[in-house]
Design a protein around this ligand. Structure first.
Ligand SMILES: *Cc1c(COP(=O)(O)O)cnc(C)c1O
Length: 385
């Protein structure tokens, strides 16, 4: 059976180049980077070379790069670490209504600890309302955290504008750029951010490794304690092979950014053009202002989960727009924030391509999906009405 993987915002295939860069750090160069002997020094050198590479790619200084266990941990350190370090100055945080759970749930956690959080609304395309953000700022505000590219609907946020506001008001600014790198340019000075989170496995790198960019002079409290690794911000023996793989993945993503973005956008446009003719469907997010690899469409009178399962039987792997929380099936907070009603939000599909997808694969989806949608609609009592 044909297999078409279109869930690259969930995770990606690790590229061969990344695997071969990582392998020696399992088999030969397995030293602990804190050890003084040759094996240890080899591992240390690999980490510092990776740090230098990633710093160069995002326009940072090497000392501003902290290696973590992934995007989630980077977001947690940035938000909790900064909130705690600045608690004496104020206890107010501003974020958007459509952040990834790694940010939203972290903010919710801080609310339980006495912090105040404003969740700034977005317009129907999912773009943060800048005027509402400005209105939300108080003397107590110490942190703004807004993602660069949304993981569900691909909307690109006005990070540079937010950065200017934050700087003018002397507020620290964090962005989750996990879905941005490899799809749009990511440069910490152009964006005007103090903190920025990246993850390896969303860019054809390994799982369990990430980066937190921490601008010089940005105070954060550490959340893990131990040997004082990563400038005391993140103790724990470094994931050497993962770090090497992440650096190689970033390098390839940056080197091929234009070519890959053009390829992904061509596939996305083909998919949108091929599917949006289906009756009673709508594109979620902005047609123009979106990540090149993201297509998110709601089909009325159909359940997203049913479409995912029937597509899977045809070898097509996608996800629902309504990423269900582990226990109850809740409609996506992102789609609801864009103004969709819960029923429509439940009938959403997210199809995210990568450099590895082909036009033939997209055409197979365009051939297959309409039949699945009509089959499910035939069974829906709502559709008949
Ligand atoms: C995947 C993702 C994360 C979490 O990254 P992990 O490395 O899986 O912890 C955070 N933010 C966004 C936008 C993501 O897409």
């Amino acid at each position: 059976m044909k297999k078409v993987y279109l869930d690259n915002s969930a995770t990606t295939k690790v590229s061969d180049e990344v695997i071969s860069a990582m392998l020696p750090y399992f088999t030969e160069k397995y030293g602990n980077p804190s050890s003084l002997h040759t094996a240890g020094r080899e591992a240390r050198e690999a980490i510092e070379a990776a740090r230098l590479k990633i710093a160069g790619i995002i326009g940072a200084a090497p000392a501003e790069i902290i290696f973590t266990s992934g995007g989630t941990e980077s977001d947690n350190i940035a938000i909790i670490g900064s909130a705690l370090a600045n608690r004496k100055k104020g206890n107010h945080i501003i974020t958007s209504a459509i952040e990834h759970p790694a940010v939203i749930e972290t903010c919710r956690h801080l609310e339980k600890d006495g912090f105040k959080v404003t969740y700034v609304p977005v317009d129907p395309d999912g773009v943060l309302k800048l005027d509402e953000l400005e209105k939300a700022i108080t003397k107590e505000t110490t942190l703004i955290t807004v993602m660069q590219v949304n993981n569900e609907i691909g909307t690109i946020q006005p990070i540079k504008e937010i950065g200017e506001i934050a700087r003018e008001k002397d507020i620290y600014f964090h962005t989750d750029a996990v879905q941005a790198i490899g799809k749009v340019p990511v440069n910490v000075d152009d964006l005007g951010v103090d903190m920025l989170a990246l993850s390896g496995h969303k860019i054809h790198g390994p799982k369990g490794v990430g980066v937190l960019y921490l601008r010089k002079g940005t105070p954060v409290r550490s959340l893990t304690f131990g040997g004082g690794h990563e400038r005391g911000v993140r103790s724990g023996t470094e994931n050497v092979s993962g770090i090497v793989g992440m650096a190689r993945a970033c390098e390839l993503a940056a080197r091929d950014l234009d070519r890959n973005a053009e390829h992904m956008a061509r596939l996305s446009n083909r998919l949108m053009d091929g599917l949006l003719g289906i009756e009673h469907c709508r594109l979620n997010g902005s047609r123009k202002n979106r990540s090149p690899n993201n297509v998110n469409i709601s089909f009325s009178f159909v359940e997203g989960e049913s479409m995912v399962l029937l597509l899977d039987m045809k070898g097509i792997e996608v996800s629902t727009g309504s990423a269900c929380s582990s226990k109850k099936l809740e409609a996506s907070h992102v789609l609801l924030s864009c103004g969709l009603d819960p029923e429509t939000a439940h009938g959403s599909l997210r199809m995210t391509n990568s450099k590895y997808n082909t036009e033939e694969e997209i055409d197979y989806v365009i051939e297959t999906l309409p039949g699945i949608v009509s089959r499910l609609r035939e069974m829906s009592p709502l559709y008949k009405k």
